[in-house]
Design a protein around this ligand. Structure first.
Ligand code: ISJ
Ligand code: MG
Length: 460
């Protein structure tokens, strides 16, 4: 990584291109502070340029990233996260980074996600999505408390004409920064299909019986809801509504041609900023009450419910054991508290640590994913049960989705409360932690509520 300062993008490009052989290529990035703008206008503008869009929004931190296009993307259909890390490092190795701001998310940053279970055969539903993927957007807008920043990243080779590139980038930038419109047309659902609900309940029942035999203690089972709309869904409005209705979640979107993976997840997997590590244990669920009194009563019951506490504790123990290795100091409260969302409340235990040097966010993801919040306990047995019994191709649902920058900062959420939108159809996904005392009807109802964050913004 070469860091340069006080150069313009133009002078950097000219200098870099002149120094390259014709077959050599190099990534060049340039970050500048710009006037505040509506990130959703920027996102919508990406559509007019026909470039793939990426979106990440940590509502709790007021931290928004909007990516337009792709300067480089790392696809990995192999199973190992470590090979993704190797490729990410090789992308950065010779990159020329012109960034006067040492702010997380500036400089070269990538947004991406991965498959929940790379060992499960992929169906046609997810054929545009690889097992592991990181995309360095051509234009990356970052909005945080310190301001609005635009990073432009481009892969050049010795044959490129710097003047032409500069002109193209300037035109595109102008189009992105001046756009001030969102299509607010609401999706209209014309078809709705719960995929095999009775069979799903059977699988839950079977899982409880299997758990009773003692090989495994918790298995997370998910199901799918398919929707058809009267016309193509407008993504920007979906994101806008998710921001409005899920103000304590991570909002994310990743577009690949006509497909887009979208969601609003309350579950942080890992956040790294400098040497500060944060993770979250989130498992155990109850609905919200119709009024404050009822809400508090349900919350109190959830905090004392043995079945939900058990579901939760598997996650706490596993995350604690996994993250310990990477931390000098760790803080985990003894008891969970409530985490309230619009449609439901969860048991929540935050995890804080001081990150040791010599490790990366990839190491932590590899160790953590999937936690018992999405896989089960023990992991191996639960995963093979899911692989064999679940009717679903989870694709990127339930897997880490987030961003990473060239300074080792990054954050990944567990991509739940999500769906895959494909033109005028969508598949939504929801799962729940099955333990020995699970009741199939109650788990079915829990997943029904977990569809709501996405279903509501899609007109359901
Ligand atoms: C699997 C999902 O959620 C997970 C399962 C939970 C549960 O069973 O109580 C709660 C939160 C998440 O860890 C989902 O939303 O699809
Ligand atoms: Mg549950």
């Amino acid at each position: 990584m070469i860091e340069v300062k006080e150069e313009t993008l133009e002078s950097t490009l000219i200098r870099v291109i002149q120094g390259l052989h014709s077959s050599e290529s190099r990534l060049v990035s340039f970050t500048k502070k710009i006037q505040p703008l509506n990130p959703l206008h920027f996102f919508e503008a990406g559509l007019t340029l026909h470039m793939n869009r990426s979106y990440w929004h940590s509502t709790i931190d007021d931290f928004v990233m909007v990516g337009i296009g792709s300067a480089v993307s790392i696809h990995e259909d192999s199973q190992a996260i470590s090979s993704l890390e190797e490729k990410w490092e090789s992308v950065l190795k010779e990159a020329v980074i012109n960034n006067p701001y040492q702010i997380p998310g500036t400089g070269i940053a990538a947004i991406g996600g991965m498959a929940f279970d790379p060992h499960k055969p992929k169906t046609a539903l997810w054929n545009k999505f690889t097992n592991n993927e990181l995309r360095v957007p051509t234009f990356l807008l970052l909005v945080n408390q310190q301001g609005t920043f635009l990073t432009t990243t481009i892969l050049v080779d010795g044959m490129d004409d710097p003047k032409l590139l500069i002109r193209q980038l300037a035109d595109q930038e102008k189009a992105l920064l001046s756009y001030q419109n969102i299509d607010h047309k609401k999706p209209v659902i014309v078809g709705r299909e719960e995929v095999e609900p009775e069979q799903w309940k059977e699988t839950v029942k079977h899982a409880t019986e299997y758990i009773a035999k003692g090989q495994v203690e918790k298995i997370v089972l998910a199901r799918e809801l398919r929707l058809t709309f009267s016309e193509e869904v407008g993504l920007t409005d979906v994101i806008k509504q998710l921001i409005d209705t899920q103000p304590t979640s991570y909002i994310f979107a990743y577009e690949k041609g006509t497909d887009c993976f979208v969601g609003a997840s309350p579950e942080r997997l890992i956040k790294l900023e400098g040497n500060q590590l944060l993770s979250t244990c989130l498992a155990g669920t109850a609905p919200r009450g119709r009024n404050e009194l009822e809400d508090d009563k349900i919350g109190y019951q959830l905090l004392h419910d043995e079945k939900n506490l058990q579901e939760h504790d598997f996650v706490v123990q596993m995350i604690k054991n996994s993250v310990e290795e990477f931390c000098q100091k760790m803080e985990i409260p003894k008891k969970p508290v409530l985490y309230r969302l619009r449609n439901l409340q969860h048991l929540y235990t935050p995890v804080r640590g001081i990150f040791k040097e010599g490790y990366s966010i990839f190491d932590v993801i590899e160790k953590l994913h999937p936690t018992p919040a999405l896989g089960g306990e023990p992991r191996k047995e639960a995963l093979s049960y899911i692989r064999e019994s679940e009717l679903l191709d989870r694709g990127w649902y339930g897997a880490p989705f987030g961003w990473i920058d060239s300074n080792q900062n990054g954050e990944f959420a567990v991509a739940i409360r999500s769906g895959l939108i494909q033109g005028n159809t969508a598949s939504l996904f929801a799962g729940c932690g099955v333990v020995r005392s699970s009741d199939p009807e109650a788990e079915f109802e829990e997943t029904r509520i977990k569809f709501l964050p996405m279903l509501t913004v899609l007109g359901g």
